[in-house]
Write a protein that binds this ligand. Structure first.
Ligand code: PXG
Length: 467
């Protein structure tokens, strides 16, 4: 075959890159810059590994996008979806109709979820789940005869999704700047990010302070106006912010003192990530509503939902009236089938218990990276962790510039070394599939250390890190 005919092959890597650049606008990307550089084309996934079009095998330290709990490429899910699609590929759950996959999944989730969350509203994604939360909590208080309770308290640097409502709940100023957000009635309080914002306080004192910010916001707004508080048990996209031990107990006290709803956004922490079924189980939280997505289907098909307590569901059911909200794909039968098979695998193979069992081994390796000259803090809970890259440890107040350039440099080295890590500003994040083996953990830690060495070498060369 001549070179000319090769380059015309529409499936060759250069051609795929060119075609991608011509027509595809990528999420959370500078598509112009990306088009010049060329996207990495992913062709296959198996277990904890993905393969790109140039034949590179990469250890998927991010479970796709925090979602592939059971690992890539399990044929049982493809089979279950095929069976469902052959019988009923689509029908809605709107006009007095339902179907068995939705019934069975709702039932299964009620059994697995924290106590009292016995009902689910199905969505297609985490963003839709959190948009649903906004309408649901405000409508709940309308139904309860307290229409003045409309304000939702959320946290700075939280990530709750990319639709207008969910991005408004999110606390990312860069997102708010694009498209006129937040929508009215959302108030953001500081995050419990000790490493970055704890100042001179010790972690527990800072955790109590951050929790008291919720009490202060409630008082400032007037408790009678507050509908709900929403938070991720551990902030994922914000940089794996693990709150100090004092934080959640203190938040619970504040919540108990006021009649406001608590919404746990478990899109990342759900389905075993922390070695428990849900982050709420890990931290002993008792949410009134819980957003889920991602690990619900291990990302094999898009599905999410909002789980609600009996108290909320009863208000909607007993007080009557239509909840004018829903998605074409709410409870999509094929997505429900994928989720059901995923949950079967997780339960029958004891994947949550396995995650809890292997977590200390990963933690030991990951936390050992804390001795690297570039790492100001290594932190991890369950199978999700971060490394804070700093120029002058142990001083937490000195950071690289604000651009995230060091994180990006480190991420590029990581890919070159065959490990997928995600960079949030200048912290490096991992959240590998829950089925990761000891051997793969050894590889992950070894590759991460090599990546830190390579990054430090570059930074020393250009003077951003002391020799
Ligand atoms: N809540 C949380 C806590 C999330 O992490 C969403 C809601 C929204 O889910 P959907 O399914 O609408 O994407 C998320 C999603 C990243 C990254 O770069 C994280 C997410 C999505 C995309 C990128 O870390 N989390």
């Amino acid at each position: 075959m001549s070179d000319a005919s090769l380059s015309n092959d529409p499936h060759s890597t250069p051609e795929l890159r060119r075609r991608d650049a011509t027509h595809h606008i990528h999420p959370f990307s500078d598509t112009g810059a990306l088009n010049k550089e060329g996207s990495r084309v992913i062709v296959q996934g198996e277990g904890c590994w993905i393969t790109d079009s140039e034949g590179n095998r990469l250890l998927d330290g991010m479970s796709g996008l925090w979602c592939v709990q059971i690992g890539h490429g399990r044929p049982e899910i493809a089979d279950a979806v095929h069976r469902q699609m052959s019988k009923l590929s689509y029908y809605n759950t709107f006009f007095k109709t339902t179907h068995e996959p939705a019934i069975e999944l709702a039932e299964r989730l009620a059994r697995l979820a924290p106590a009292g969350l016995n009902h689910i509203f199905f969505t297609g994604s985490g963003s839709e789940s959190n948009d649903t939360v906004i309408r649901m909590v405000r409508t709940y208080w309308d139904l309860m005869g307290k229409p003045e309770k409309k304000t939702i308290i959320a946290r700075q640097n939280a990530y709750h999704g990319s639709t207008v409502g969910s991005a408004s709940l999110g606390g990312m100023s860069g997102m708010h700047a694009q498209g006129g957000m937040p929508i009215p009635g959302i108030v953001h309080i500081p995050q419990p990010y000790w490493f970055g914002e704890g100042g001179d306080q010790d972690p527990d004192a800072f955790g109590r302070w951050a929790a008291q910010e919720l009490a202060r916001a409630i008082e400032e707004q007037g408790p009678e106006t507050i509908a709900a508080f929403i938070a991720e048990p551990i902030q994922g996209a914000g940089g794996v912010i693990i709150p100090p031990d004092s934080y959640w107990p203190e938040i619970k006290k504040v919540l108990a003192a006021h009649d406001i709803l608590f919404v746990a956004d478990e899109v990342i922490t759900g389905f075993g990530r922390l070695g428990t079924w849900f982050g709420s189980d890990y931290f002993g939280l008792e949410p009134d509503l819980m957003s889920i997505a991602k690990g619900l289907s291990s990302g094999y098909l898009p599905i999410g939902g909002v789980m609600v307590s009996d108290r909320i569901a009863d208000a909607f059911i007993e007080k009557g009236g239509e909840f004018t909200h829903g998605f074409t794909y709410s409870g999509h039968p094929a997505c429900c089938a994928a989720a059901l098979e995923n949950l079967r695998i997780i339960e029958e193979e004891g994947i949550v218990e396995r995650a809890a069992e292997i977590a200390p081994y990963l933690q030991e390796g990951w936390l050992s990276l804390g001795d690297h000259p570039l790492v100001g803090e290594a932190r991890m809970v369950g199978l999700v962790g971060a490394l804070e890259l700093v120029p002058a440890k142990p001083d937490r107040s000195i950071r690289f510039d604000n651009t995230g350039a060091v994180g990006t440099l480190c991420r590029d080295h990581s890919l070159k070394n065959g490990l997928i890590m995600r960079a949030t500003r200048d912290s490096m994040i991992i959240a590998p599939p829950l089925v990761i083996s000891r051997g793969e953990i050894d590889m992950l830690v070894e590759r991460a250390r090599k990546t830190l060495d390579d990054t430090a070498e570059d930074l020393r060369r250009d003077g951003r890190l002391k020799p």
